[in-house]
Design a protein around this ligand. Sequence first.
Ligand code: ADP
Ligand code: NA
Length: 330
Amino acid sequence: SSRPVLFSGMQPSADSLHLGNYLGALTNWVALQDSYESYYCVVDLHAITVAQDPVALRASVRRTAAQYIAAGIDPEKVTLFVQSQVPAHAELAWILSTITGFGEASRMTQFKDKSAKQGADATTVGLFTYPVLMAADILLYGTELVPVGDDQKQHLELTRDLAGRFNSRFGQTFTIPEAFIGKESARIYDLQEPTSKMSKSAATEAGLVKLLDEPSVTAKKFKSAVTDTEREIRFDRQAKPGISNLLGIHSAISGTSVADLEAAYAGRGYGDLKKELAELVVETLAPIRERALELTNDPAELDRVLAAGAEKADARARATLAEVYDRIGF
Ligand code: ADP
Ligand code: NA
């Protein structure tokens, strides 16, 4: 294929992906799948950098893949696979770890933040080398473009540094990937704490909109969304984070600009916005939820799809790894 290669991955989510994952990542993945040779990965090797229950992990991986497909990822068009099913990821990560500086890895702010929260004894070496595994994920496929959020930019810089370092030490082997800056990707905030981004690690679930929530639960979360004591439906992230988040979600789903939404809601109440947005979100997510549940109810078929994806990924990854091994003298 002559289309540029694009790689992206998400960790398996314990019970459900959320609206931020959908609007911030999955809808972009779907939009890009025709124009790029896309590798979309459920990164379970990354997930075990924090303790996981084996039975729950297996279910999470299937459920996450089911949500990718239900959201519109077409396994016939892309290479959809589970990271642990392609051994080259772990193998290349080891090689790359031997050209990564300890100080360089120590400067990764995500590691510093997470390890500070967990404490040194609960923090694994795997969490420390996580960005090196991410570099392997990307470099195995000759990836040219990586859609990344702000929180991953430093990791992508490390990937580029490692690729360049390997190439200059051992000869041209890796493509240096670029960050993919698509249309300004929607950042979605928690409905109860609209200054924090919606995240699976939210303290409570009241503001976390999950793709697999029942429609009545989704509607209730929107109707209870935190707003403010004014009455004006106006976009202002600083002064009105709750209303701004609702407008942002509406705009991301409906495609209507925030300015047009402000005009349409002029003189109307917060209750109207919440109610109509709840309907819009439910209408969008209900078919995704149903499809995801259907897919998870047939794990054998899902496993077949993922095995086919892993086989495609493995062929490409193995070829890269063989070249790497040759270069370093194995
Ligand atoms: P979480 O923050 O829930 O742990 P991840 O960090 O696993 O989610 O992110 C998976 C993908 O979803 C990434 O591409 C990330 O940019 C996107 N994403 C996660 N949360 C949001 C959000 N609140 N708004 C927009 N995109 C998000
Ligand atoms: Na995160």
